[in-house]
Write a protein that binds this ligand. Structure first.
Ligand code: 4AD
Ligand code: MG
Length: 444
């Protein structure tokens, strides 16, 4: 066989050189045995070191050595690319912080290689899940003029001269002269456009990049992340929760099936509980409780939280983690949050105080899915937008959907990096995306 890849480790002894070569296709590298008979043994092969690129032709044989079943007995090894003296990845373990500064080289490490294979398997599982159920993949825009969450956390997209922009008579920046003739931003969510499609095609989903200009320097927030957003017409909150549960279970079980070696590595080296947790999640029904009950549990917990809990406050990460880790020990779906802390588009319950929201919380990560039944009644939606100081004119087409054949509909968003973080047990979300974008950092 022919193997082309990069040397992970090289052991040179007098009579023979052992190279562990990886092409990234799976967790393990392949041991290559280079005997002195090879014509370039003395001139090149004995100098091979971590990071060199090689092309090996040889025969796969049973390995007499420990640690591998097979090895590749080389008949010919071409050195395709040597490494400069200062190659920064050595055999020793590097910290993930250090590796972040080397995002161009870190895919060659065990951990990041495994993370990227898991991202790949999970992405395939996402499409598989929805395609099997006849959901239609929808490509929603990345540049948009509407704030899907109504939260004002968007990155501006502009081609105006930042140093000397055109001004209106009132001296404010004249975005009428900008590229699109109006203010535009990077999208925070494809939901509103997914709703458009659901109200014609019934069941749709998106899987795309989303952007949040929130100054959150945490281990669970990125400024650019990938989100999967299904949207279903003729579907209320319960159906939405059912879909989220089936979806999470599907993605997790497919990753367990397709990436056993990578998962074994995470379980051994990163988080010793990860396999057990994932299997437990696949096997047990999620717990469902209302926000009101969740607040009751937290109030009675006797824990001293940094942010005190009372009805009406948003749940903080410490509360989410208490509920899912200590109280229940499995994923929990919290529904029916106070209207005042949730987005304008959520369906208002008859109590006029809560909305049909749902957050799925999992151990360690906290919120992994956020979604809701949507407000499909025009008058209620208009009222909610007024309450939240949103300009109805800017959302004219969204309101139109409530005037032409409106139906109950629901959807949710899964943060792709959150589920990858959850499945791998990686402590920081920056280490589960190839090129993390966070406040103060956008190298590469
Ligand atoms: O709860 P969020 O903000 O909900 C929405 O965007 C809705 N439009 C989704 C919908 O109903 N279609 O975000 C959804 C999920 C969160 O639960 C979380 O997993 C992830 O997106 N998320 C982030 N992931 C990484 N970094 C961030 N800054 C994130 N913000 C949200
Ligand atoms: Mg949310």
């Amino acid at each position: 066989m022919t193997l082309r890849g990069w040397v992970r480790t090289a052991r040179h002894s007098k009579g023979v050189s052992f190279l562990e070569v990886s092409d990234g296709s799976c967790f393990a590298g392949l041991q290559v045995v280079a005997a002195p008979e090879l014509e370039n043994f003395e001139t090149e092969l004995r100098h091979l070191q971590t990071g060199c690129a090689v092309s090996v032709v040889g025969e796969v044989v049973d390995s007499p050595g420990k640690g591998q079943r097979f090895e590749l007995q080389a008949q010919r090894i071409d050195v395709v690319g040597t490494v400069a003296e200062d190659y920064p990845l050595q055999k020793k373990r590097h910290s993930f912080e250090f590796l972040r500064t080397l995002a161009h080289l870190r895919p060659r490490t065990n951990t990041l290689g495994a993370v990227f294979r898991i991202r790949n398997a999970a992405s395939a599982a996402v499409h598989e899940f929805f395609q099997e159920r006849d959901f239609l993949l929808l490509h929603t825009p990345i540049i948009t003029s509407s704030d899907a969450e109504g939260a004002g956390q968007m990155f501006r997209v502009s081609t105006l001269d930042a140093g000397d922009p055109p001004r209106t008579e009132s001296r404010s920046v004249d975005f009428g002269q900008d590229f699109f003739g109006r203010e535009t931003f990077l999208t925070v969510s494809g939901q509103l456009e997914a709703e458009i499609a659901a109200l014609a095609l019934t069941n749709v989903y998106t899987f795309g990049p989303t952007f949040r200009a929130e100054n959150s320097n945490t281990s669970r927030h990125l400024a650019e992340f990938w989100m999967i957003e299904p949207e279903m017409a003729f579907c209320e909150l319960d159906g939405n929760v059912d879909l989220a549960e089936a979806f999470l279970k599907h993605v997790i079980s497919r990753v367990l099936e397709r990436c056993p070696d990578d998962m074994a590595f995470f379980n051994e080296r990163i988080d010793k509980t990860v396999l057990e947790t994932l299997q437990h999640i696949v096997d047990t029904p999620f717990e469902r409780i209302s926000y009101t009950d969740a607040v009751g549990i937290l109030e009675r917990s006797g824990e001293s939280f940094e942010f005190p809990v009372k009805w009406g406050v948003d749940l903080q990460s410490e509360h989410e983690r208490y509920l899912t880790e200590k109280h229940i020990g499995k994923p929990i779906v919290v529904t029916d949050y106070p209207a005042t802390i949730k987005a304008f588009y959520m369906y208002l319950n008859d109590d006029e105080k809560t909305v049909r929201a749902m957050d799925v919380l999992v151990p360690k990560v906290g919120e992994i899915v956020g979604g809701s039944q949507r407000e499909h009644r025009l008058d209620v939606l208009e009222r909610r937008m007024t309450d939240q100081d949103l300009d109805q004119a800017a959302y004219w087409w969204y309101l139109d959907l409530r005037r032409y054949g409106s139906v109950p509909h629901s959807g949710f968003g899964l943060g792709f990096e959150r589920i990858v973080q959850f499945m791998t047990g990686m402590a920081n979300i920056r280490d589960v995306i190839p090129f993390p974008r966070v406040p103060g950092s956008a190298e590469f």
